[in-house]
Design a protein around this ligand. Structure first.
Ligand SMILES: *Cc1c(COP(=O)(O)O)cnc(C)c1O
Length: 409
């Protein structure tokens, strides 16, 4: 399929370029030592990912450990309630082991580490979800695991810190600066530059320097490949629209990659939080501008000094001041439309999906559900497929404390 001068039949062969660019976005803006380390990962990935043994190992892990393929569920009661005739469906990444899509790339990254003969995986974590997924993968493969985390986040996210420790990970406290995600990223990169001979860095989304946006997309593409096949066999046709939430953008890139070459409308949903004022949201693709941070060029939210701006979202997995470079590229191209959902709409979708369908979604995923519901109200027929990136058990205490359980939906 051709779209705005790009032939999507050959898209995955062409993007990213050898240097990791999606148009002008992406690349690897890092120190010379890290350049060496990233090149090692990139070269290893390019050969290993084509080996039939690596592919067979990954497939076995997905089937026997992760519980893939995850199903698609038809949301019949919710569709009836919306009442336009449009049918809503969800791809159930909440049923993936550990309860979210993150394990899809963590198992891939850790398997790569094993093939490269590394002993350790290193990463940062904010809310702790990436840390838990990587600690799970490290335990599975018998790798050491260092997770860098700001002291503020360690206090806030006690259950995830406990999970990581139970799984055998070493949680390294980062105390400088604001002691949150940004400092944890800096500390993890610094550790990696020291230890790259024995370790690999595992980024938690389609972010960071090349080859991570490509590698994480490739590992997540199983979501879109499965979903396309399942949807066609369930309904006999393609969905009219596909929707996913975008933080860094990994669940969305995985889902979208299955449909980029199809006549399907694709929507990425960003968190509008409390509103459009800088500091009240984390909608970088909607309100941001081009800039370089954490080693890659993309669209980001900047403060008056051009530094990454403070961001907010009710979903801790979405509060990042930028998004993956491929999303910036697809946005400029017009192939994917990016739009926003605020906190209130998100919580409404959270309770609605639970009450009408028996599925408690992650607050991150509730953004996509809210958008799918809104979209279905504006269409007069057809179908919408939503990526349900994770389950909401982790969010229940917070939601109940801040948003009373509605009597009726
Ligand atoms: C981390 C997380 C996200 C956001 O990450 P992406 O890379 O944008 O997918 C979304 N949903 C859930 C459930 C998460 O844990």
């Amino acid at each position: 399929m051709e779209f705005n001068g790009i032939n999507f039949d050959t898209y995955f062969k062409k993007y990213p370029s050898k240097e990791g660019f999606f148009g002008k976005y992406g690349g690897a803006y890092i120190s010379p030592e890290l350049q060496v380390a990233m090149k090692e990962i990139s070269d290893a990935y390019q050969t290993i990912c084509k080996s039939s043994k690596f592919i067979a190992d990954l497939r076995k892990i997905r089937r026997e450990f992760q519980g893939r393929p995850t199903p698609i569920s038809h949301l019949e009661r919710l569709s009836n309630k919306i009442g336009t005739g449009v049918q809503l469906y969800v791809k159930r990444e909440d049923l993936n082991h550990t309860g979210a899509h993150k394990l899809n790339h963590c198992m891939g990254e850790a398997l790569l580490a094993k093939y490269m003969g590394k002993k350790k995986v290193i990463a940062e974590t904010g809310a702790g979800q990436h840390g838990v997924a990587l600690a799970t993968a490290a335990a599975y493969f018998g790798l050491e695991c260092d997770i860098y985390m700001g002291s503020v986040d360690i206090k806030k996210q006690a259950p995830n810190v406990e999970r990581m420790k139970i799984l055998g990970a070493n949680v390294v406290e980062v105390t400088h600066g604001l002691a949150t995600l940004k400092e944890a990223v800096d500390a993890a990169f610094a550790a990696y530059a020291r230890e790259y001979k024995d370790a690999i860095y595992c980024i938690g989304s389609v972010l960071g320097p090349h080859p991570f946006p490509m590698m994480v997309r490739d590992f997540q593409s199983v979501v879109g490949i499965e979903a396309r096949e399942q949807f066609v066999s369930m309904t006999g046709e393609l969905p009219d629209a596909v929707v996913a939430c975008v933080g860094g953008g990994s669940n969305a890139m995985g889902m979208f990659s299955g449909f980029l070459n199809d006549p399907v409308d694709i929507y990425g949903v960003e968190p509008l939080g409390r509103g459009a004022k800088l500091g009240d949201h984390a909608a970088s693709l909607t309100y941001g501008e081009e800039g370089i941070m954490h080693g890659f060029n993309s669209i980001m939210l900047k403060d008056e000094n051009g530094e990454p701006a403070p961001v907010y979202s009710v979903a801790s997995g979405l509060d990042y001041p930028s998004s993956g470079p491929e999303h910036a590229f697809l946005r400029d191209l017009g192939r994917v439309k990016y739009d926003v959902i605020n906190d209130e709409e998100t919580i409404d979708a959270f309770y609605t999906l639970a009450r009408l369908e028996g599925i408690i979604p992650a607050i991150e995923s509730s953004h996509a559900v809210a958008y799918g519901m809104k979209l279905a109200k504006t269409m007069d027929k057809g179908s919408v497929l939503i990526c349900l990136s994770g389950r909401g058990d982790k969010d229940m205490d917070y939601v109940i404390e801040n948003y009373p359980i509605p009597e009726k939906i």
